[in-house]
Design a protein around this ligand. Structure first.
Ligand SMILES: Cc1cc2nc3c(=O)[nH]c(=O)nc-3n(C[C@H](O)[C@H](O)[C@H](O)COP(=O)(O)OP(=O)(O)OC[C@H]3O[C@@H](n4cnc5c(N)ncnc54)[C@H](O)[C@@H]3O)c2cc1C
Length: 496
């Protein structure tokens, strides 16, 4: 195995020396998925390397900027297997691939244990499902507050562990192509300091974090107007992995899955205090969401991520106004971490208040008669428990509906905010990339937010970003070991 600079030169000797070594596993991306895979590979006797597009020492990635809660469907990842399978089935409406769901149910707990052994520290934050939050936790403040917090500390720690084991994170190395020989993935092409390098490896793992920063793929799978979807993410998932995998016969799964995200203030495009937190899901999902024509267009009872996806699918994703009353503001509006009441106005968010629905319509530029009719119909149906018979149904199985009765009424001009894309590269339970015939492409793995088939489904069910990245990072490395070396195989498979 060798690394051959296609244009000689500018590589500094130490880096060139790194690139010239033989590698068993190359991970594309140094977030949770790539870091777990590469460290696990070294534990199992393989030589693993991370090629990371970010240049900075503290390079950006979603993992570093996350809230650090390792969960499954917002509940405890260490719950018994059957419970976890039930939750995934429920939240994805059966859309999750059974082998992927089983992998999380079996190995989510093991991923937490493995991370702990690598030096991760967890605390319980006291909310449902927040039993394993990377410590120190992010402060309950709006805006980006990630530096020195649990997920950032973990990324640094796993990077140090990799170095200690003999591996490297080559920063500034953006992978642009997968090398194939006779249908087997045998390496990658990476761009580094202006040169193109071919690196051979016995296995490659795509762990590039999804495509939320790729306008073309966003248009293809998420929204006709990606510039009107707020990026509450690190903007490092550029879809390179999916593009490369598609070029060698892999394919996309989860067309309807959309993205994990939230309902945010429209002003968040201009005001950094309003992204990635606070979001206003609790107000929207207890009350209602209308477009400026005064009509509801989505089932608020399906939750914030579902509503945000429905907003994104519209011709104008920012044509959405969250409507609520005093009872919602004082009730559901005060629940959850960083609740809109009082955090949203304190962060500079604009709450339009009015003593009547017609006055609210005028202030928020919503069609007045239509809004009045929409509220009246909504209230009548909700009062009689017939929300599901509305023209646009309002289900109550997941989130109760509140009639809008108690003035003053409130409105927030909204937009969808994307955290990460939930559809992606098709993989199996061992993180092997699958072709259109559902058969593994030898030597090629993918993990984390680059992959599809677990999260999503018709109601955009969120299973878990970090648990998915860690579990499939570990599983992919273990399978790569098993297929590269029979001796390692028994050890690796035994651990799964
Ligand atoms: C604000 C926020 C809060 C979140 N909170 C939570 C939470 O509490 N719990 C939870 O489970 N999930 C949470 N998530 C989601 C979670 O962070 C992600 O799902 C997870 O970190 C994905 O890990 P990953 O390794 O797949 O991708 P990433 O962490 O994004 O890493 C991908 C890496 O690949 C690199 N890369 C991209 N393209 C290339 C290329 N061509 N060549 C080389 N390198 C490349 C990128 O630079 C990046 O460093 C949150 C995300 C955000 C943004």
């Amino acid at each position: 195995m060798s690394a051959t600079p296609s244009a000689s030169a500018a590589a500094t000797p130490p880096m060139h020396a790194i690139l010239a070594q033989p590698w068993d596993l190359i991970c594309i991306g140094g977030g949770m998925a790539g870091l777990c895979a590469s460290n696990r590979a070294w534990q199992l006797g393989l030589r693993a390397l991370i090629l990371e597009a970010g240049v900075e020492d503290i390079y950006a990635c979603n993992t570093r900027r996350s809230g650090g809660a390792i969960h499954c469907c917002m509940a405890d990842i260490t719950d018994p297997e059957e419970k976890i399978l039930e939750r995934i089935e429920r939240d994805t409406a059966g859309a999750a691939r059974p082998d992927l769901a089983l992998a999380i149910a079996r190995d989510g707990r093991r991923a937490v244990q493995w991370l702990r052994a690598e030096g991760a520290q967890f605390i319980r934050v006291g909310l449902t499902g927040q039993n394993h939050v990377l410590a120190p936790p992010r402060p309950a403040r709006p805006g980006w507050n990630w530096e020195g917090r649990g997920p950032d500390v973990l990324v640094r720690r796993l990077g140090t562990n990799l170095l200690r084991r003999g591996g490297h994170i080559v920063r500034g190395a953006r992978v642009t192509e997968l090398l194939m020989r006779d249908g087997v993935c045998v390496g990658v092409v990476a761009q580094w300091q202006g040169d193109s390098y071919r690196l051979a490896a016995r296995a490659v793992m795509v762990a590039d974090g999804g495509f939320q920063a790729n306008a073309d793929l966003m248009r293809r799978f998420i929204s006709p107007a990606p510039d009107k979807v707020q990026a509450r993410n690190a903007q490092t998932g550029r879809g390179d992995g999916f593009r490369m995998v598609e070029a060698v016969g892999g394919h996309f799964v989860g067309h309807e899955s959309g993205f994990y995200g939230h309902i945010m203030a429209r002003e968040s495009f201009d005001d950094p205090r309003l992204s990635p937190y606070p979001f206003v899901d609790t107000l929207a999902c207890a009350g209602m969401v209308v477009s400026h024509d005064g009509n509801r267009f989505t089932d608020e009872g399906r939750g914030g991520t579902f509503v945000a996806n429905e907003m994104a699918r519209g011709d104008d994703p920012t044509d959405a106004v969250v409507i609520f009353d005093q009872a919602i503001w004082d009730g559901p509006g005060t629940k959850k971490a960083l609740p809109p009441n009082p955090i949203f106005p304190l962060s500079g968010g604009r709450v339009i208040m009015a003593s009547s629905i017609p006055e609210l319509a005028a202030k928020a530029r919503i069609h007045p008669e239509r809004l009045a009719a929409t509220v009246e119909a909504f209230n009548a149906h909700v009062r009689d428990g017939r929300g599901d018979t509305l023209a646009v149904p309002r289900t109550v199985k997941k989130i109760p509906a509140f009639p809008l009765l108690h003035p003053p009424f409130g409105a927030i001009l909204a937009c969808p905010g994307i955290t990460y894309t939930m559809g992606g590269i098709a993989i199996d339970g061992h993180a092997r990339v699958l072709n259109e015939a559902d058969l593994p492409i030898p030597g090629l793995y993918a993990a984390g937010a680059a992959t599809g088939g677990l999260d999503g489904g018709p109601y955009s069910g969120y299973v878990g970003g970090l648990s998915k990245a860690a579990t499939f990072g570990l599983r992919g490395a273990e399978h790569a070991c098993a297929s590269i070396s029979g001796a390692v195989a028994s050890q690796a498979v035994g651990a799964v």
